[in-house]
Design a protein around this ligand. Structure first.
Ligand code: THU
Length: 160
C-alpha cells in the first residue's frame, strides 16, 4: 500500500495586489450579490466571468421554494457564458459572497458541484481558468479551477 499526496497551490492576497482587470471583475461579482435571489438562505453570492475576448458575463445565486431546484452563482454564470459564447474560453471567474448586509470577511468556498462545472469549462476550452475568491480581509487566487478540485471527474473518466 502506498500513501500519495495531492498538493494544491493558491495565492492569498489583498485588494491592492490585484491587477486592474482582476479588480474590475471582482467589482462585478460584488455588484451581482445585490441581484441574487436568496429569500431562503439570505446568503447572496455573485460571480463574474471574464472571457478571452474581454466580454464579462455575470450571475448570482437563484433559489427556489423547491430548494434543490435553485442554482449557485458560479453555475448560473458559467452556464450563461458557455450557452451564449460557446466558442470563447473563460479566462477568469470571480466570486463574492454577502450575508447580513456585509461581504464575508473570508472568501466563500465554491460547492463541489460548482467546482465540477468549473473544471468542465476549463477542460472544454483547454485553457486554465483562474478563480478569484473575494473576502473583505483576504482574497484567494487559484491559477486554475482544477486546483480547487483534486480528483475531478473528466470526460476521459467515461471511458472503460
Ligand atoms: N451558493 C452559491 O451560490 N455558491 C456556492 O458556491 C455556495 C453556495 C448559494 C446556494 C444557496 O443559494 C446559498 O448560497 C446558500 O447555500
Amino acid at each position: 500500500m502506498k500513501t500519495q499526496d495531492i498538493h494544491t497551490t493558491f495565492q492569498s492576497c489583498q485588494w491592492d495586489d490585484l491587477t486592474v482587470e482582476q479588480q474590475t471583475l471582482v467589482e462585478r461579482a460584488k455588484q451581482m450579490t445585490f441581484q441574487s435571489y436568496c429569500p431562503y438562505s439570505h446568503f447572496n453570492v455573485g460571480a463574474a466571468a471574464l472571457l478571452a475576448d474581454g466580454t464579462i458575463v455575470t450571475g448570482s445565486n437563484q433559489e427556489n421554494a423547491a430548494y434543490p431546484s435553485g442554482l449557485c452563482a458560479e453555475r448560473t454564470t458559467l452556464f450563461a457564458a458557455n450557452a451564449n459564447h460557446p466558442d470563447t474560453p473563460v479566462k477568469t471567474l470571480a466570486i463574492a459572497c454577502r450575508t447580513r448586509g456585509s461581504f464575508t470577511q473570508r472568501p466563500g468556498s465554491p460547492c463541489g458541484s460548482c467546482r465540477q462545472v468549473m473544471i468542465e469549462t476549463e477542460h472544454r476550452y483547454r485553457l486554465p481558468m483562474e478563480v478569484i475568491l473575494y473576502g473583505e480581509q483576504e482574497i484567494y487566487i487559484f491559477r486554475a479551477a482544477a486546483d480547487l478540485l483534486p480528483f475531478g471527474f473528466f470526460s476521459e473518466d467515461l471511458q472503460a
